[in-house]
Write a protein that binds this ligand. Structure first.
Ligand code: A2H
Length: 255
């Protein structure tokens, strides 16, 4: 981190159902046939089978950027600018927003998460620690393998009323995706419990857990699911990424 450019896999989560607020804010701004995608930047494409929700920062402002006459991407303006210079939109360097949405208005949106075992879609939920200055400002949640994601979904489930969400949106089943010798089949849960992390605000411990989970998963992990079940993560990771890119469910995004 911090050295040279970071190459992310940008995952396209298609909107299946808007919230009331989202619908209002975008009324009249999209063509009838529009397909809108939340775009989440990830470094762990091999974990996408385990997506259970999608995080936005409730106070972050997102744009709705035109990709083609009928396709639109939701991300921060900063990310759209970078995408424009990476040839993601039709004209290099040009990014056109047809509307803006507060993260708060996106909460509860139903989206399709590529490769996820949760085929009926997953919900957009709030995460306070999403940075507007990194990636796309959208983070797809894999609580089996990301300690941050695990701590956040547990907190959301516990305080559903406070967050004004439905508890079941945070309670989608957490399926094992990767086995490692040190942490078993649910790396994030193991580390969060072992390190006694009680809240998504325990940022120092979460940073440590994230480091451990990432290294162990990458170098020692074996896939438990999907097209490359039984293969080492190191080998499977680029192959899962190629599948997503090939199906146009993802694209390369760097910064
Ligand atoms: B990762 P790096 Cl399973 N704010 O994806 C906060 N976090 C962000 C972000 C933002 N604006 N944009 C991306 N991220 C998260 C999967 C995953 C991730 C797993 C395990 C670890 C992990 C599912 N969430 O990240 O600072 C995204 O979460 C730990 C390395 O650029 C992205 O990959 O190194 C990762 O942080 C990028 O972090």
């Amino acid at each position: 981190e911090g050295v040279g450019p970071q190459e992310y896999t940008a995952i396209k989560l298609k909107v299946l159902e808007w919230t009331e607020e989202g619908r209002k804010e975008l009324a009249g701004k999209l063509p009838e046939s529009a397909e809108v995608f939340l775009v989440a930047a990830t470094l762990r494409p091999e974990t996408m089978y385990g997506q259970t929700c999608c995080f936005v920062g409730p106070k972050i402002s997102y744009g709705v950027y035109q990709v083609s006459p009928t396709q639109f991407y939701v991300c921060t303006e900063r990310a759209a600018r970078n995408m424009a210079f990476q040839g993601v939109f039709s004209e290099r360097g040009v990014f056109l927003s047809v509307g803006t949405l507060q993260g708060q208005s996106l909460i509860g949106t139903l989206v399709h998460a590529p490769l996820s075992v949760h085929k009926d879609g997953v919900r957009v939920l709030p995460m306070e620690s999403v940075l507007a200055t990194k990636g796309t400002g959208v983070v797809t949640s894999v609580p089996s393998d990301s300690p941050d994601d695990y701590a956040t979904v547990k907190d959301l489930s516990k305080k559903a009323e406070y967050y004004k969400i439905k508890k079941e949106w945070a309670d989608l089943e957490i399926i094992p995706i990767i086995r490692t010798p040190s942490y078993g089949e649910l790396t994030a849960e193991f580390l969060v419990k072992k390190m006694k992390i009680n809240s998504p605000k325990d940022s120092k411990q979460l940073a440590e857990a994230k480091e451990l989970a990432y290294k162990e998963g990458f170098y020692q992990g074996t896939m438990l699911i999907g097209d490359f079940k039984g293969e080492k993560v190191e080998k499977a990771k680029p192959k899962v990424r190629e599948i997503l890119l090939g199906k146009k469910e993802a694209f390369v995004y760097s910064e």
